[in-house]
Every structure is written in C-alpha cells, then in structure tokens.
Design a protein around this ligand. Structure first.
Ligand code: NAD
Length: 419
C-alpha cells in the first residue's frame, strides 16, 4: 500500500469498533483495511433557487460503504449538522444492519447540510430534486437505493423518484424506498421499525420468561418509532409506565393508555397537561425509572457514563441509533443489563424497504398482513442467530451482532476475490 495515501479515506468511528472485534474474528490486515474504508464517497454542491430569487448552494453527501452483498441501501437525512464523517459512520452501520438481517444489500447513507424547518415547500422540493440530479448516474435499483431518514419523508421520496424517472425517461420505482403507497410504497412501511422492534421484544420476553402484563416499559421519544412502539406494546398488554418527547414526559404507576394520549395530536406530541393519575417527569428521570424494559427511541447518546449507573431496567432495546455511549455500555454490562443493539433492534424499517424493492421489481404488491408476517420471520431469524452466538461464546448481543454482520460481508468479499 502507498504509505503516503494510506489512511485518507478511513472511517474513524468504524476503525475503533472494528479494532474491538480484532481478537474475536480472524481477519487479515487487508480484510480489516477493506472494512475500514467506504467503497465510494460522493460530495457535491446542490444549487437551489430560493423563493427570494437568490441561488443557495447546499452541501450534499452520499457514501456507498460496502457493496459486497448487493446494491447499497440507506437513507438520506436533511440536517444542519450533517457532515461527511457522520455519513460514513451511518453508511457503515447500514452495511452491518443489512448483512445481519440477511438482506441482499450493502450499506449506504446520504445527507444534505440544511435546516429544513427554514425552507418553504417549494425550496424543499427543489433541494430534493437537486440531490437526485447530482447523484442520478450513481444510483439505481441495482446500484444504490436511497430511502427516508431524519427530516426526510414520503413526500420527499415522491419528488426524488419522480426526478430520477424524468431523467431516465420512464417510471423506475425501485430506485427509492419509503415512497407513498400510490407510487409503489409498501403497505406497513410506516410502522415497520417499531413493529420489528416489538417482535424482538416479544421473542426476548418469552426467552426471559417475562409476562407482558407484569412487564413495565418506559419509552423515550414519541415520534414514528417511539409512538408506534408504545401503541403496539400497549395493545399487546405490556404496562407502559412512561413516555416522553423533546419537551418532557409523563409517567404512571399503572399502564398509560396510549390511544388516549395520542388522540387529536400530531405525531410526536403528548398532551400539554398530564392526564389524571399521571405525573409529568423530565426526560432524564424517564431513563432512570424503575422499569423492566427501557426503550430509547429519540436521539443518540442519551445513556452516558453520567447516568448509566442509575438505569434500573433489565433490558434496553436500542430503537434510536447509538443511544448508548460505549463507556455507558460498559457500566450497563457490569450491572447485568442486556442491550439489544440498534443494528438489530431498529432494522424493521430496512427489512420492509427490502420488501418494497422486491414488490417494485416483481410488480406483485403484498397485503399489509403478508408484509408483517415476513417481517416477523426476518426479525426472529436474525435475533435467534445473535442469541445463539452470544450464548455459545458468552458475548453481549452487540458484539455477537457485529461479528455475524462482519463475517457475512467478509465471506462475500473473499468469494469476489477482493481480499
Ligand atoms: P421522529 O422525529 O418521528 O421522533 C423523534 C421523537 O423523539 C419525537 O417525539 C421528539 O420529540 C423526541 N425527542 C427528540 N429529542 C428528545 C430528547 N432529548 N428526549 C426525549 N425525546 C426526544 O423520529 P423517529 O423516526 O421516530 O426516529 C427516532 C429514532 O429512531 C432516531 O434515532 C432514528 O434515527 C431512529 N430510527 C428510525 C427509523 C424509522 O424508520 N423512523 C429507522 C431506524 C432508526
């Protein structure tokens, strides 16, 4: 290797995770290097005509981290803190997630550095179409398939698939997932992430002999993932003792009635005043409540070395991406708390995205029931593989998940002759 160029494209976060696995998977130095570098990185400026008539340039990124297992797959986020190193790390996580779930996809991620709350609908549409114009030669149903992520939604996916189809001269729905149903989206995609996590929890509760009616659950975040998770688990008989959003939370000794809380509110909202027999709580208190299962479903780095020792749950289900810092996780493990890692827990969304892509390529559209049945199968298969390896080798569930994911990628790279 040319030593002058050696480390330029390395993903710094991935390097530290992979280094931790070194003594657990036999990988050559070349294999390690391959895993630490994204395959393709695109950075571009997107010119957007603002409503004022002025042209603004937005920084856009797309990282296609690994294509060993198939076309790359991953969302596009619009956020004012998006930067290349973060996009690389998220693309690596997508590669692990797709591999762990046994999907025929590699991993990718994209982003635009912008504050969508300051853009009009027209500006948002021109930005979304501009992203596709910048990247259209490098994406496609068999190359790289974007999807929604933070601050991007079905409408943005609709503009993106339309722009791509206009450029190519025909409708190509399989280039993007997370589309509205009318444009080839899959039934069930909107609750897929939450339902996928709920299936895992059901499996784990059975193994740990936990009875839903006596299992207390606290959920941080009441948006797409947290809100739907609360509704599903409430319907399945679990005791939801607390929920929260960015403004704060509510808790109850008995189970909260989630349907009552959500009535008449838009997604992510909680009632302004706590209902009878409930009390308002600040967010940090929710994390430290006396409960059996804690579900962080909001933002990253919520459980840190400062509060980890106060966590009382027996199981933490990571529905958000990276809600636990590595130092905090060590403390949780010392306390015997089991952590179901993000690459497994929140994979339901990408699994149903895969179903959407399958339906687009076959033109055979599924019922919601079929999508949910297949989702449960996929989640359980992956969970059982992780649980078995963790039991056999005495690994925590994150280590077992990462090992299984990395092994599948490396086997494919070896067969391709890339290492
Ligand atoms: P969302 O925007 O719909 O909801 C986020 C919720 O978190 C809102 O209720 C918000 O008020 C709350 N929140 C924000 N900051 C908070 C804080 N500090 N404390 C408590 N609550 C806070 O987002 P979402 O789609 O539900 O995603 C939630 C998490 O799940 C994110 O980390 C996302 O990356 C991850 N995730 C989502 C999907 C998906 O399909 N939506 C898939 C994989 C991972």
């Amino acid at each position: 290797m040319n030593s002058q160029c050696e480390d330029k494209n390395i993903c710094l976060n991935c390097r530290s995770w992979l280094d931790k696995l070194k003594d657990k998977i036999p990988l050559s130095e070349g294999e390690m290097t391959l895993l630490k570098k994204p395959k393709k990185v695109f950075t571009f400026a997107i010119p957007v005509k603002m409503d004022s008539g002025e042209i603004n340039y937005f920084d856009g990124y797309r990282v296609q981290y690994s294509d060993a297992l198939g076309p790359t797959k991953g969302g596009i986020r619009f956020h004012h803190e998006v930067h290349l190193e973060e996009v690389k790390m998220l693309a690596f996580l997508m590669a692990l997630k797709c591999s762990l779930l046994g999907l025929p996809f590699g991993g990718a991620k994209g982003g635009v550095c912008c504050d969508p709350s300051k853009l009009s609908q027209g500006e948002l549409e021109r930005l979304s179409r501009g992203f596709i114009r910048a990247i259209h030669s490098f994406i496609g149903p068999d190359i790289d398939i974007p999807a929604p992520d933070v601050n991007t939604n079905e409408q943005i996916m609709a503009w993106m698939v339309d722009e791509y189809s206009r450029i190519k001269g025909k409708f190509i729905p399989g280039v993007i997932t997370g589309k509205p149903v009318e444009l080839g989206g899959s039934l069930g995609r909107n609750i897929a992430t939450a339902l996928g996590g709920a299936f895992l929890l059901k499996r784990m509760a059975e193994l740990e002999k936990m009875n839903p009616e006596q299992t207390k659950v606290a959920i941080q975040g009441f948006g797409n993932v947290g809100g739907n998770m609360a509704k599903i688990l409430n319907d399945w008989g679990y005791k939801i003792v607390a929920v929260s959003n960015a403004q704060g939370g509510i808790c109850s000794q008995n189970s909260l009635n989630i349907k009552d809380l959500s009535t008449g509110q838009k997604d992510g909202d909680l009632p302004a005043t706590a209902p009878e027999q409930c009390r308002p709580i600040p967010n940090h208190e929710l994390l430290e409540l006396d409960c059996d299962i804690l579900i962080p479903a909001a933002v990253s780095h919520q459980i840190t070395k400062e509060n980890a020792a106060k966590i009382k749950a027996k199981i933490v289900l990571e529905m958000a991406n990276a809600p636990i810092t590595p130092e905090a996780e060590e403390i949780l493990f010392e306390k015997g708390i089991k952590v179901v890692p993000d690459i497994l827990a929140n994979a339901g969304g990408v699994v149903v995205s895969y179903f959407e892509w399958l339906q687009n390529s076959s033109n055979d559209y599924w019922t919601e029931d079929k999508a949910f049945r297949k989702l449960e199968e996929k989640m359980n298969e992956a969970f059982d593989r992780v649980w078995r390896l963790a039991g056999e080798k005495n690994y925590d569930l994150r280590t077992a998940s990462q090992i299984l994911a990395v092994e599948r990628i490396i086997k494919a790279e070896r067969l391709r002759g890339n290492v």
